[in-house]
Design a protein around this ligand. Structure first.
Ligand code: ZN
Length: 453
């Protein structure tokens, strides 16, 4: 028996496909070849802020044990499925597959993957590691797909992780509106949370388990365990047929992309950060669009932006005052002609609130009514009893703040795949369990037969 890790990346395009679907097709074809799966297929989200990756930036890894005599057949089957199901005509789609042999994944490869999740990695480093570890890499078109494929191999999800059960549509339904019973999703959410998450958007009530594009995904149920996502799946009523479903183990909802840095000067474009600072520029509200403020420390200043779709987070960002101490979480956009280096906020933790003070006119010493100013330096007059004074002065009054010392997170509808939602705090898993449920994969044979006729 040999241990083989198969990394796959970049088979899809905005107009079709999904690398998770390709992985699911490969699983189906590998089972008859006598392989045993050492883990659920791993769905690894890499840095969502890489400029040339506009979508979810997800790569896949299958970890199997197999008979050495069948290795060639396994590799051929994999490459054949990747080739046939990739949108090779699309300019930005450059699939890559990496075969890595070995029981364990080397530390150097894990470090490469960490960099691919939190920053930017170089093609030449990927190629060097492939050679160093005697892995085999197959690239379609350019070599770019190898980076993600290798990175998927290097994330074994031994720390915090989650699961997603993805159900796929039959080919004739792809591109049409998805048909689910909304009430069944509401019910499922109610009965399974917090062991499932981000089924619905709490602010709008919108169903979030269904994507909107032409891809083959009917829905995806995210959760803490394989059992939980399977239970959720059983409760959702699909009106259209399901072609297949597969449970993936993933870094979704773990904040794996965010890297805490010590000072603002260490912020680099495209490297998502967690950084502490003091609000140094009051929020500028751009109506119906976003809120921008700046934070600084003794090393530098950086802009932070909260966008309209982020709902509550944007509303709370509006309330900030200079002097507030916060921790900003988010991707970093490079400086351009129009704006400086900017953190696109995913979360905001309030650590300290500056007092909000206002000046108030004095109260009338005779009747206690609030007095009116008669103009700068001209004193005050009581509107009720007419008492006048040039000696009384305005007083400083501290007002309450509409902010608390806590963590504010973007609404689920605008969260990145990697963003840890509020509902997951306290549910983080310190390690992985090696046990797998037996039914983590299903193919609707009857639907497939209809297609081939
Ligand atoms: Zn008065």
């Amino acid at each position: 028996m040999v241990s083989l890790h198969v990394g796959i990346d970049d088979t899809d395009s905005p107009r079709m496909g999904c690398t998770t679907y390709v992985a699911s097709l490969i699983v189906e074809k590998l089972v008859p070849l006598g392989v045993s799966f050492r883990d659920y297929p791993n769905l690894i989200r890499l840095n969502p802020n890489v400029p040339w990756k506009t979508r979810g930036n997800g790569a896949l890894c299958l970890r199997i044990n197999c008979d050495e005599n069948r290795l060639e057949e396994i590799k051929e089957t994999t490459l054949d499925i990747v080739e046939k199901n990739s949108d090779l005509d699309s300019a930005g789609t450059e699939p890559g597959v990496v075969f890595y042999f070995g029981n364990t994944v080397p530390e150097e490869l894990k470090a490469f993957t960490k960099q691919a999740i939190q920053g930017i990695v170089k093609m030449r480093d990927a190629v060097r590691l492939v050679k160093a570890f005697k892995a085999e890499a197959v690239a379609f078109k350019t070599q770019r797909g190898i980076v993600g494929a290798l990175a998927a191999v290097g994330e074994t999800l031994t720390g915090d992780h989650t699961y997603e059960l993805i159900a796929y549509r039959t080919p004739q339904n792809r591109g049409t509106p998805r048909q689910l019973e909304p009430a069944s999703v509401l019910q499922m959410d109610k009965k399974t949370k917090p062991l499932t998450f981000n089924n619905l958007d709490p602010e709008t009530g919108r169903i979030l388990i269904t994507p909107h594009g032409p891809d083959p995904i009917l829905y995806g149920i995210r959760g803490e365990t394989a059992t939980a996502v399977r239970r959720g799946h059983k409760m959702v009523k699909a009106i259209e047929p399901i072609e297949r479903w597969t449970i993936f183990r993933t870094n979704h909802g773990t904040d794996a992309h965010l890297h805490r840095i010590a000072s603002i000067k260490d912020i680099h474009p495209f490297n998502p950060v967690i950084v502490k600072g003091t609000v140094s520029k009051t929020p500028l509200i751009i109506p119906r669009r976003h809120v921008i403020f700046a934070i600084s420390d003794e090393t530098a200043q950086v802009d932070c932006a909260a966008y309209e779709p982020t709902g509550e987070l944007r509303k709370k960002a509006q309330e900030l005052l200079t002097g507030d101490v916060v921790e900003a979480y988010g991707g970093v956009r490079p400086l351009s002609k129009k704006r400086p280096l900017t953190i696109n906020l995913e979360k905001l933790r309030i650590l300290g609130l500056a007092p909000k003070t206002v000046f108030q006119n004095p109260l009338c010493p005779q009747c206690s009514r609030r007095m009116e100013s008669m103009g700068a330096g001209k004193g005050f007059r009581c509107p009720k009893c007419g008492f006048r004074s040039t000696k009384l002065e305005k007083s400083i009054v501290e007002k309450g703040r509409d902010l608390q010392k806590k963590l504010y997170v973007t609404s689920p509808r605008s969260q990145r795949h990697l963003t840890k939602p509020l509902s997951r705090y306290g549910l983080e898993k310190p390690k992985r369990s090696d046990e797998m449920i037996s039914n983590w994969f299903w193919v609707n044979k009857s639907v497939l037969q209809i297609h081939t006729e």
